[in-house]
Design a protein around this ligand. Structure first.
Ligand code: CUA
Length: 171
């Protein structure tokens, strides 16, 4: 999925570059030659079409938002507290269930840290800020058993790189 999105992004950037070059070349022409009269007709529908597509894509990609309860889950989520401090994590459940919604309640005892949840292939699954004085919630449901890690995603000092917690997901 990440590979696909990366290629898609590259293709869209390339397309944008082609459009930019075309626009720059047109800008050198006299105005009358650059904009044929009939193209003005499409401008308004194209504009509103793009707005509608933009709103739909934004809505569609934000519905599985991990920071508020997912309305599709009926199961009561398991609460897991994750407290950060320079330079460690205290997580009150390190053995976690498979296919059960989990809410991580994340906070910090000192400075800002970042709660980054990674799978065994070092892919980032979800993340949230760990902030002193606030409890931030992030929802996640593990669908594969195995070893997972919480790494700090916010530079927080000398031993930032060693803020690691190990989690095990069992069926
Ligand atoms: Cu904690 Cu970086």
């Amino acid at each position: 999925m990440q590979e696909f999105l990366w290629l898609l992004t590259l293709s869209l950037v390339a397309l944008l570059a082609v459009i930019f070059v075309a626009v720059i070349r047109q800008a050198a022409m006299p105005a009358a030659a650059a904009v044929p009269a009939r193209s003005g007709r499409y401008r308004q529908p194209l504009f509103w079409g793009l707005i509608i597509v933009g709103v739909a894509v934004t809505y569609g990609t934000l519905v599985p938002w991990p920071y508020s309860p997912d309305p599709r889950t009926t199961d009561t989520p398991l609460r897991v507290n994750a407290i950060s401090e320079q330079w460690s994590w205290s997580v009150d459940h390190t053995e976690l269930p498979l296919n059960k919604p989990i809410v991580f309640f994340v906070t910090s005892r000192d400075v800002n840290h970042g709660f980054g949840l990674y799978d065994s292939d070092r892919r980032l699954l979800t993340q949230v800020q760990a902030m002193p004085g606030y409890v931030n919630k992030v929802h996640y449901t593990f669908t594969k058993p195995g070893q997972y890690r919480v790494l700090c995603l916010e530079y927080c000092g000398l031993i930032h790189h060693d803020m690691i917690a190990e989690l095990t997901v069992k069926p």
